[in-house]
Ligand binder design. Structure first.
Ligand code: PEP
Ligand code: MG
Length: 907
C-alpha cells in the first residue's frame, strides 16, 4: 500500500495520467490529463484517485497516510505552472474541488469553487486584479457552496424543508437584489457583496454553529472530504441505482487551479457539445454566458446565449453568439472542438472558461445523447470514416432504441392543438399526462397507476427519482445543457426546458400563462422534439420510419449470429413484430386467444370444456372450440409465412377461467345442462392451493389427452391448409411446463396419432413440423440429456425458471422486491435481468446436456429476458440459436445480439 500512487498531476503540457485511466482517475480526471498532454490549455491541477475514495469508505472516513505529502507535492506543481501559490497573501492561487466518477453522474455529487479565499488572501487578490467586486463575488460563492456542501450536507445536517443553509443564504442574496433594485447577480456592487459575505459568515455560524473556515488548507480538505462523502449522498445513490453503476466504484476528486469567467466583460463561461446531442446534427452546439461562472450556465438561472450563428433557435435568436462577441476565442474553441473529435472519434461534451480573453478548457467527456442522436452520429461518423461498423453498432445502447420505437405527437393533432408555450427541445418524442409539481408527487402518482408530467421551475439533482417516474418533464427555466436537459436526454425521455412564458408556482401547484391556469392533475401534451407544450391530450403516432434506423439495423443484422423472434399471439402483433424485424414467433401463447376482443365465444367454450364432467362432455366442448383455435393459429401462421411459428399447447391457470359472475355461471350451467350447485361443485374441484405449481401446462394434457389432441389437430390442419393454398408455414409444437421426458413421450404419442389422422384426411404423407418443449422447471434443465431424446428444440421459459429457481412467486414479488433492491440483497429484478449465477447455470447446463444427446438441438428463450440486452448477451454466450421477445423489443434484441457478437465473437 505504501508504494501506491494516490495523486496524479496534470497541466503545463504534461500529465501523469491519460484517458484510458478512467477507472482510477474518473472520467473527468482522465480526460483533463489527456487534454493537457494534447497541448490543449487546461488549468493545472491534480486528481485524488478513486482508490482514495474506496480507502476512505473502508477506513472509517480517513485517508492513506501518504496522502498529505502527495497532495502537497502536487499542489507545488500546480503553483509552479500557474505562477501563484495556494494561501499566498500577495498572489493567491485559488482552486476548485470537484467530483469525477468513472462514468458521469451529472449534478449528483458536490463541487466547491474558489477554495483558498480567506481574510489573508482577499486583499492580495484585490490588489492583483484591481477588482474588489469580482473578489467578493467569488468569496460569497465560496461561502454559499462550502457551507452547503461541506458544513451541512457532508456533516449530515438535515435541515427542515426550505431552511437549508444554501436556501437561507439565497434569500439573503435575493433581499439585497430587491432592496437595491439589482436586476441580476452581476449588478451587485462590491460593497454590497463584501457586506453580504460578512453577513453570510454570521449566518453560517448562527445556523450551523461553526465558523466558516478562514484557512485555505482547511477549506481544501473540507472540500475533498465533502466530495468523497457525496458519493454516498442520497441522490448519487439513487442515480447509481437507476443507471446500474456499482456502489464500489467510488469517485475521484479533482483539484484544479481556478480560472474565472466572471472577471468582467472579457470573461465568460460555457458548455458545448461537439455535435447536437438531441438530433446528432454535425454542428458545434453550445451555450455561454458573459461574466459568469460555470454553475450559472448549468443551473439554468440565466438563459444562456448560443455559441454560434448556425445553432440559434427560437428561444435564443435575439442573444449574441460567442462567434460574434469574441471571434478569435471562438475560432480557437472551434479548433479544439475539431481536435477533440479527431482524437476521441466521438461526440464530446466540453466545458470552457474565458478569463480576460484567454480560453481554458475545463472538461471534455463523451457526451450524453438521445437515442436518435446516437444513431445519427454513429452513421455519420461511419461515413466520415472516423469509426468502423462494429464501433458504430456499439455507439447506440440497445435501450436507446426504445425512444425511436415510441410514439411522437401526431403532427395533424398538433396542427389543431392549443399551443400553451414554447420551450427548448431538450429530450425528443412526445409525452402526455397529468401535471404534478414535485418529484415526490411524480413518484407517488406513477405508483398509483397515473401517467404524469413533472413540471418544475428548474430541476435540480434532487428531482431525479421524479424525473424518472414521469413520462415527460417541463421546466420554466434553464437551457439545453441544464440539469433537466442532461438527465432527460440520457434517458431518452421527452423533456422541454426553459418554457419562459409559463409562470410556474410549485407551492400553489399551478401554471399561469396568458391568463389561463393549469393546476395539478390537468393534462398537457409535450412535443419534446420541437419544444412545444399543448393543452389537453393530443394523439400520438409511431416514429419507426426513420431510414437511418433501417440502415443501422441492417448493419446490426449483418453482424449478429443470434436469431431474433417474437412472442406474439395475434396476426396484428405478428405484423408489428415483422416490421420490427422478427424472424419468427418463438412463443404463441394459445391461451391468449381467450382474452380481449373477440374472445367471448371461444372463452365460453373453453369454460364449458373446463367445467365438463366427463370425457364425452369435454370432447363435445372441444369439438366446438376447435374451429376457433384452428382459425386463430392459421391467421397468425399466415402472416408469418416462411418464418417459423412456435405454438405452445395450452398453459392456462384453470382457476382464472372459472366464471365469477352469477350471470355467466347460469349461462354455463345451462349450456352444460347441469344445475348451479353442480357447477359450483366442479368449480370448487378446480380450486388449487398453489396454481403456479398446480394442474397446468403438460399436466393438463396428461390428464386430459383430448385437449392436446384438439390443439395438435388444429395446428397441423391449419398448416396443411395453408400449404395447400400455396402458402409457406413452419409450425413448431411446443409442450409447456415439462419436468420429465416421460411427459413428452406421452404427448408425442398423441401428436403422432393426430399427425397420421390429419395426413390421411388431407391425403398427404407428412405435415412438416417440429416437436419441442419449454424448459422452465429446474428438473427439466438438469435432465435435459434425457429430454432431448424426445424433442427437436428447447425454448427456455425463464419466467417460470426464475420463479422456481429463486422460489419467488412471479405474481407476488412486487410486495418485497423494492426492499431487496434497497438493501442490495438483489442488484436487479431477476425477472427482468437473467440471473447468470443461478438461472443462467441451469440454462447453460440444459443446453450442454441437451446437445450432448442431440448435437443439432435448436435452442431459444421466450421468457421476458429475451428482450433485455444483458440477458440477450448471455443467450449469445451460451450458444442459443435465437431469442424471442415482445414485438417492441425486437430491435433492442437485434442490436444487443450484434453487440454481443462484437464483444464476444462466436462462429
Ligand atoms: C416462461 O415461463 O418464461 C414463459 C415464457 O411462459 P409463461 O410466461 O407463459 O409462463
Ligand atoms: Mg412459463
Amino acid at each position: 500500500m505504501t508504494d501506491a500512487k494516490f495523486v496524479y498531476s496534470f497541466g503545463g503540457g504534461t500529465a501523469d495520467g491519460k484517458s484510458e485511466m478512467k477507472n482510477l482517475l474518473g472520467g473527468k480526471g482522465a480526460n483533463l490529463a489527456e487534454m493537457a498532454s494534447l497541448g490543449i490549455p487546461v488549468p493545472a491541477g491534480f486528481t485524488l484517485t478513486t482508490e482514495v475514495c474506496t480507502y476512505y469508505y473502508d477506513h472509517d472516513h480517513t485517508y492513506p497516510t501518504t496522502i498529505d505529502a502527495e497532495v502537497d507535492a502536487a499542489m507545488a506543481k500546480v503553483e509552479e505552472v500557474m505562477g501563484t501559490s495556494f494561501g499566498d497573501p500577495n498572489d493567491p492561487l485559488l482552486v476548485s474541488v470537484r467530483s469525477g466518477a468513472r462514468s458521469s453522474m451529472p449534478g449528483m455529487m458536490e463541487t466547491v469553487l474558489n477554495v483558498g479565499l480567506c481574510s489573508a488572501t482577499i486583499p492580495g487578490l484585490i490588489a492583483k486584479t484591481g477588482n474588489p467586486r469580482f473578489v467578493y463575488d467569488a468569496y460569497r460563492r465560496l461561502i454559499m457552496m462550502y457551507s452547503d456542501v461541506v458544513m451541512e450536507k457532508a456533516a449530515g445536517v438535515e435541515p427542515v424543508e426550505g431552511q437549508g443553509i444554501r436556501q437561507q443564504l439565497d434569500r439573503m442574496l435575493d433581499d439585497v437584489k430587491e432592496t437595491n433594485g439589482y436586476a441580476s447577480d452581476a449588478d451587485i456592487s462590491a460593497e454590497h457583496l463584501e457586506d453580504l459575505a460578512n453577513r453570510f459568515k454570521a449566518k453560517v455560524k448562527e445556523v450551523l454553529g461553526k465558523d466558516f473556515p478562514d484557512d485555505p488548507r482547511e477549506q481544501l480538505w473540507g472540500g475533498i472530504g465533502a466530495v468523497f462523502s457525496s458519493w454516498n449522498g442520497k441522490r448519487a445513490i439513487s442515480y447509481r441505482r437507476i443507471e446500474a453503476i456499482p456502489d464500489d466504484w467510488g469517485t475521484a476528486v479533482n483539484v484544479q487551479a481556478m480560472v474565472f469567467g466572471n472577471m468582467g466583460d472579457d470573461s465568460a463561461t460555457g458548455v458545448a457539445f461537439t455535435r447536437n446531442p438531441a438530433t446528432g446534427e454535425n454542428l458545434f452546439y453550445g451555450e455561454w454566458l458573459v461574466n459568469a461562472q460555470g454553475e450559472d450556465v448549468v443551473a439554468g438561472t440565466r438563459t444562456p446565449n448560443p455559441l454560434n450563428e448556425d445553432t440559434k433557435n427560437e428561444q435564443n435568436e435575439h442573444l449574441q453568439s460567442l462567434q460574434i462577441a469574441m471571434p478569435e476565442v471562438y475560432e480557437q474553441l472551434f479548433g479544439i472542438r475539431n481536435q477533440l473529435e479527431d482524437h476521441y472519434a466521438d461526440m464530446q461534451d466540453i466545458e470552457f472558461t474565458i478569463q480576460d480573453g484567454r480560453l481554458w478548457m475545463l472538461q471534455t467527456r463523451v457526451g450524453k445523447r438521445t437515442g436518435t442522436a446516437a444513431l445519427n452520429m454513429a452513421m455519420d461518423m461511419l461515413s466520415e470514416g472516423r469509426i468502423d461498423k462494429p464501433t458504430a453498432i456499439l455507439r447506440v445502447k440497445p435501450e436507446q432504441l426504445d425512444e425511436m420505437l415510441h410514439p411522437i405527437v401526431d403532427p395533424a393533432a398538433e396542427e389543431a392543438g392549443e399551443l400553451v408555450a414554447k420551450g427548448l427541445p431538450a429530450g425528443p418524442g412526445g409525452a402526455r399526462g397529468q401535471i404534478v409539481f414535485s418529484a415526490d408527487d411524480a413518484v407517488a402518482w406513477t405508483k398509483a397507476g397515473k401517467t404524469v408530467l413533472l413540471v418544475r421551475e428548474e430541476t435540480n439533482p434532487e428531482d431525479v427519482e421524479g424525473m424518472r417516474a414521469a413520462v415527460g418533464i417541463l421546466t420554466g427555466r434553464g437551457g439545453m445543457t441544464s440539469h433537466a436537459a442532461l438527465v432527460a436526454r440520457g434517458w431518452g425521455k421527452c423533456c422541454i426546458v426553459g418554457a419562459g412564458a409559463l409562470e410556474i408556482d410549485v407551492l400553489a401547484k399551478k401554471i399561469e400563462v396568458d391568463g389561463k391556469v393549469y393546476t395539478e392533475g390537468d393534462v398537457l401534451t409535450l412535443n419534446g422534439t420541437r419544444g412545444l407544450v399543448y393543452a389537453g391530450e393530443l394523439d400520438m403516432i409511431d416514429a419507426t420510419e426513420n431510414p437511418r434506423f433501417v440502415e443501422f439495423m441492417a448493419l446490426a443484422d449483418d453482424i449478429r449470429v443470434l436469431d431474433v423472434r417474437t412472442n406474439a399471439d395475434t396476426p396484428d402483433d405478428a405484423r408489428t413484430a415483422i416490421e420490427f424485424g422478427a424472424e419468427g414467433i418463438g412463443l404463441f401463447r394459445t391461451e391468449h386467444m381467450f382474452y380481449g376482443t373477440g374472445s367471448e365465444e371461444p372463452l365460453f367454450l373453453l369454460r364449458k370444456m373446463i367445467m365438463s364432467g366427463s370425457v364425452s362432455e369435454r370432447r363435445a366442448a372441444l369439438d366446438e372450440l376447435f374451429p376457433f383455435v384452428k382459425r386463430d393459429m392459421k391467421a397468425t401462421m399466415e402472416v408469418m409465412g416462411e418464418r417459423p411459428v412456435t405454438i405452445r399447447l395450452l398453459d392456462p391457470p384453470l382457476h382464472e377461467f372459472v366464471p365469477q359472475s352469477a350471470d355467466e355461471r347460469a349461462k354455463l350451467a345451462s349450456a352444460l345442462d347441469i344445475d348451479g350447485s353442480e357447477l359450483d361443485r366442479r368449480a370448487e374441484e378446480l380450486h388449487e392451493m398453489n396454481p403456479m405449481m398446480g394442474h397446468r401446462g403438460v399436466r393438463l394434457g396428461v390428464t386430459f389427452p383430448e385437449i392436446s389432441e384438439m390443439q395438435i389437430r388444429a395446428i397441423l390442419e391449419a398448416a396443411i391448409e395453408l400449404r395447400q393454398e400455396g402458402k409457406m408455414c413452419f409450425p413448431e409444437i411446443m409442450v409447456p411446463v415439462t419436468g420429465m421426458k416421460a411427459e413428452l413421450d406421452d404427448q408425442l404419442e398423441i401428436a403422432k396419432t393426430v399427425h397420421a389422422e390429419v395426413c390421411s384426411k388431407y391425403g398427404v404423407d407428412e405435415v412438416e413440423h417440429l416437436y419441442g418443449t419449454m424448459i422452465e422447471i429446474p428438473r427439466a434443465a438438469l435432465t435435459a440429456d434425457e429430454i432431448a431424446e424426445s424433442v427437436q428444440f428447447f425454448s427456455f421459459g425463464t419466467n417460470d425458471l426464475t420463479q422456481m429457481t429463486f422460489g419467488f412467486s412471479r405474481d407476488d414479488i412486487g410486495g418485497f422486491l423494492s426492499d431487496y433492491l434497497d438493501k442490495k440483497i438483489l442488484p436487479v429484478d431477476p425477472f427482468q435481468v437473467l440471473d447468470r449465477n443461478s438461472v443462467g447455470v441451469l440454462v447453460k447446463t440444459g443446453i450442454e446436456r441437451g446437445r450432448s444427446t442431440r448435437p443439432n438441438l435448436k435452442v431459444g428463450i421466450c421468457g421476458e429476458h429475451g428482450g433485455e440486452p444483458n440477458s440477450v448477451e448471455f443467450c449469445h454466450l451460451v450458444g442459443m440459436n435465437y431469442v424471442s421477445c415482445s414485438p417492441y423489443r425486437v430491435p433492442i434484441a437485434r442490436l444487443a445480439a450484434a453487440q454481443a457478437q462484437i464483444n464476444h465473437p462466436r462462429s
